[in-house]
Design a protein around this ligand. Structure first.
Ligand code: HSE
Length: 439
């Protein structure tokens, strides 16, 4: 049987999953593509971790990443190091040495992807990255191939399992953000430095990739408005629940005539919508397109085997392409042919119109409410509901929660600029946008 000879850079959790999956499901994979996917080499800072692992007896394991990228015995390189340095250099070297590349590196694709796509194209090599977005959920392929007949109108979803786990646990167990984060770290869901996850960067990397594929445009990570979940309190979650909402870190991309709206933000979604029911570490993506309507994809967005499943699926594609003699030509990485890629302008947050949840810490004195509502009214912001929480004295701040009707972000920002300078308003108001019209 023909072989696809594989070298792997890195031997962390996902790489171990790839090695394990290739070993365990070898027969099924061969039946599907007629090729043996053979792991030949691994380069890692910690070669000892591979010792004794099933299926690795004949695999060369060392620390020499650069020589792996040039190894004439290899057809393809799987990059599972993550980050930019040395991953970017090694992927470039591998492509320039005639290897196909499979990666799970979302930061690399979202921020430096174009140069790598060009290098892959120049060398007629396949460059695949299904595992970079939402782990086991086959969303890259779904948008790029299964929905290729459609114009995509919007893509939104939950793209970070750590944040979704934290927000779910805060709601279900009525714990604080800090307590839940510590618990997520103990369980291994959140990194020791969790900022990429909880500050929304990880979800934004994934959104940049999905938007690029959906609209045939170079990934535009810098064009995304990003907010994380650090400022969300257990009280916000409880109040949202009382008003019929859940708070989710939502990644949203929409096509407007004027450009792309791209944002990652904590968002109120009505309880009962499908996205509100996506709980714990799970990811979900909803794609709205002109002829297919709305389609939904749900599953495990991280972890050893779910992510390995996506990596190995890409390897199977490579094997099929190699068999057919069409490597580097069958499907363009960003869906449209490279010469049809067009940068699209950013349709900034300031153009948004939606309903809002506002939380202000106020001093509960006579006339405060009138003062605040007058400022909102002056800027054309109509209030849907208002709740004051906490029975405090005039010296103690209490929480004022305001739900607005649909209004303009520009007007909201102007009024917040005034509100936060009032003597009776303590600290910065918390703003959470409400996404309506969801399935
Ligand atoms: N840390 C990510 C998450 C998975 O929590 O979803 C890898 O992108």
């Amino acid at each position: 049987m023909k072989e696809l000879r594989i070298g792997m850079l890195g031997f962390g959790t996902v790489a171990r999953g790839v090695a394990g999956l290739l070993h365990r499901n070898q027969t099924q994979i061969e039946e599907r593509c007629g090729v043996t996917l053979k792991l030949i080499r691994i380069a890692t800072r910690t070669p000892d971790k591979a010792k004794g692992m099933a299926g690795l007896d004949a695999v060369r394991v060392d620390t020499d990443c650069e020589s792996l990228t040039q190894d004439a015995n290899l057809d393809c390189v799987v990059e599972l190091i993550g980050g930019f340095d040395p991953a970017e250099k090694l992927v470039t070297m591998a492509l320039n040495h005639g290897k196909h590349v499979v990666t799970a590196n979302k930061a690399l694709i979202a921020e430096r992807g174009m140069a790598l796509f060009n290098t892959a194209q120049k060398n007629h090599r396949d460059f695949a990255f299904e595992a970079a977005v939402a782990g086991a959920v086959p969303i890259v392929k779904a948008i790029r191939e299964s929905l290729a007949a459609n114009r995509i109108e919007s893509v939104h979803g939950i793209l970070n399992g750590t944040c979704n786990y934290i927000l779910t646990e805060m709601r279900e167990r009525k714990l604080s953000f800090a307590e839940t984060l510590a618990q997520a770290q103990e369980k291994g869901y959140a990194e020791a430095d969790p900022s990429f996850d909880i500050d929304g960067i990880d979800a934004a990397h994934k959104l940049a990739i999905l938007a690029a594929i959906a609209w045939g445009t170079p990934p535009d990570f810098r064009g995304i408005h990003i907010e994380g979940i650090r400022q969300i309190t257990d009280s916000d979650i409880t109040w949202a629940s009382e008003m019929g909402y859940r708070i989710k870190l939502l990644a949203i991309a929409k096509r407007h005539d004027a450009g792309l709206e791209l944002r990652v933000q904590p968002t109120l979604v009505a309880t009962g919508t499908m996205v509100s029911q996506v709980e714990g570490v799970f990811n979900a993506v909803f794609v709205k397109s002109d002829h297919a309507g709305t389609t939904m994809y749900h599953g495990r967005g991280a972890g050893e085997y779910p992510t390995a499943s996506a990596v190995v699926a890409d390897l199977i594609d490579l094997a099929r392409n190699q068999q057919a003699g069409i490597a580097g030509t069958r499907v363009s990485p960003l869906s449209v042919l490279p010469h049809n890629l067009r940068p699209l302008p950013v349709h900034g947050l300031i153009h948004l119109q939606c309903e809002y949840y506002l939380r202000l810490a106020i001093l509960d004195r006579p006339g405060v409410l009138a003062e605040i509502t007058a400022i909102l009214a002056k800027h054309g912001i109509s209030i849907d509901a208002i709740h004051q929480k906490g029975g405090a004295t005039a010296q103690e701040a209490v929480s004022l929660v305001i739900m607005t009707h649909q209004c303009k972000e520009k007007d909201l920002q102007t009024s917040l600029g005034v509100l936060e300078h009032l003597e009776s308003v303590q600290g910065k108001p918390v703003v959470i946008r409400i996404e309506t019209g969801l399935s």
